[in-house]
Design a protein around this ligand. Structure first.
Ligand SMILES: *Cc1c(COP(=O)(O)O)cnc(C)c1O
Length: 436
């Protein structure tokens, strides 16, 4: 399922030893496999072939231009949540006409920009937003393509911070209210009611919540579709990935575990949903983020110190929560493996970063191979919600990103120079006068 594996004692990304990249470009370093990206996209695309469909990659998961270009070349559309993301798509050579604009807080400026670019649809999250889009479209003398995001009130059974489809969440319009909203929207002159959208959450590892939501919403879609002549139904993203394969020791593949096989595959997902979707006769949009890029990226870091306290073995590395916040933010598990396997001795370890926060950790009390300062480690499955969530906390420059294809590797984002950290900051005159 991905192209990071050991050849002898060395971890490779496709045909490139990852340690050679760490030495050449420094750490912390994100490394992406183009082949993995491509295969994940194609796997999902193949599974959905019986449907008229468009895969709109949720670029909030990974917005690097090289990643977007890779997916664009495969025919992907994009799910965007800001003007910045739309500009990213355009910068990567993507087509605004394949973009759906999500999010609860679209500003007038963002709506106007997206309308001028001719996006495929606004996925609308409230009635005031519908009115705002109508007004902006009127001013620009355009018709705005819209879909209402329905909140089906279905529990996705995932982490609370990534559940979006229940009435406890800020997202979408309540299932019971949607028909009334369309009726009122149909009276707004500058809207084209193009479809309906939903998205129930992220990192879903079973088909059940998807089925439950589509079953509930499909009859509504059918009714509205015949009334307003819809073109599409977007079923959102959320396909989960394997973060925690039970590693078979000595295995060349991280992925050969029974646990990994139980994950919801695109084939199973399609097998369950196609019978519910095909009768609608609509174009189906799907908005995966994590599924496409999650396992296509790793974060490489160098061991700086080993610190033993009475109770703990701390492995202090040069990456931190500012580079990858998922463990601190979502209690996420990332496999941690050495770039060079030297020792089979496992030691219970806490891998931590240099930031002055107790939540700056990558794992706690986990059995890891013994490592020494100067060794490199990789945090696996870091290709989604990794770099995009990075910050400059503790005045730490943003990491570099590298894309690998076969035996070629290219820097697709330079490491941020330290001097850029205060670019744009200014000391006001009155403070300058007060110096000395
Ligand atoms: C975040 C998000 C996605 C992508 O979620 P994944 O779990 O990464 O697939 C898709 N659609 C919407 C509206 C989102 O907010």
């Amino acid at each position: 399922m991905h192209d990071f594996r050991y050849v002898g004692s060395k971890l490779y990304c496709e045909h490139v030893p990852v340690e050679s990249l760490a030495r050449k470009y420094g750490t912390p370093l994100y490394v992406y496999s183009q082949r993995t990206l491509t295969q994940h996209f194609q796997k999902l695309n193949r599974a959905l072939l019986p449907l008229d469909h468009l895969i709109c990659f949720a670029i909030k998961a990974n917005g690097n231009l090289a990643v977007l270009r890779t997916l664009n070349n495969l025919g992907a559309g994009f799910d965007i949540v800001s003007e910045g993301e739309l500009r990213r798509v355009i910068a990567a050579g993507g087509d605004p006409q394949k973009c759906a604009f999500a999010g609860v807080g679209k500003t007038e400026a963002e709506i106007a920009f997206a309308l001028r670019q001719g996006i495929y649809a606004f996925n609308v999250e409230s009635e005031p937003e519908l009115q705002r889009i109508n007004a902006v479209a009127g001013r620009l003398k355009k018709m705005a393509p819209v879909a209402v995001r329905v909140n089906p009130n279905v529990d996705a059974h995932t982490h609370a911070k990534i559940t979006t489809g229940t009435y406890q969440n800020k997202f979408g319009i309540a299932f019971e209210e949607v028909e009334g909203v369309y009726a009122r929207a149909s009276k707004l002159k500058h809207l084209r009611l193009r479809g309906l959208q939903m998205h129930i959450g992220s990192q879903l590892t079973e088909a059940r919540p998807f089925i439950e939501a589509v079953r509930k919403v499909a009859p509504l879609v059918a009714r509205l579709s015949s009334k307003y002549r819809f073109e599409f139904f977007s079923i959102g993203g959320g396909l989960g990935i394997v973060y925690q394969p039970a590693l078979a020791s000595g295995s060349e593949k991280w992925w050969s575990s029974p646990k990994a096989k139980r994950i919801l595959t695109p084939e199973k997902y399609a097998h369950e949903l196609l019978p519910l979707l095909q009768p609608l006769g609509l174009r189906v949009l799907i908005e995966p983020g994590r599924f496409i890029t999650g396992n296509a990226g790793i974060l490489v870091t160098r061991v700086e110190y080993i610190k033993r306290t009475g109770q703990k073995n701390f492995v202090i590395v040069d990456a931190a929560m500012n580079d990858l916040i998922r463990p601190a933010f979502y209690d996420s598990h990332h496999e941690i493996v050495p770039l060079t396997r030297r020792s089979d001795r496992l030691i219970s370890s806490d891998v931590v970063g240099p930031i002055c926060e107790s939540s700056d950790f990558f794992c706690k009390d986990r059995k890891l191979p013994k490592v020494s300062p100067g060794d490199y480690l990789a945090l696996l499955s870091a290709g989604a919600y990794g770099f995009v969530m990075a910050s400059n906390y503790n005045a730490r420059p943003l990491a570099a990103e590298v894309l690998v294809q076969g035996s070629a590797a290219a820097v697709v984002r330079e490491r941020q120079p330290t001097a850029k950290l205060w670019e744009g900051e200014k000391v006001p005159r009155w403070l300058e006068r007060q110096s000395r």
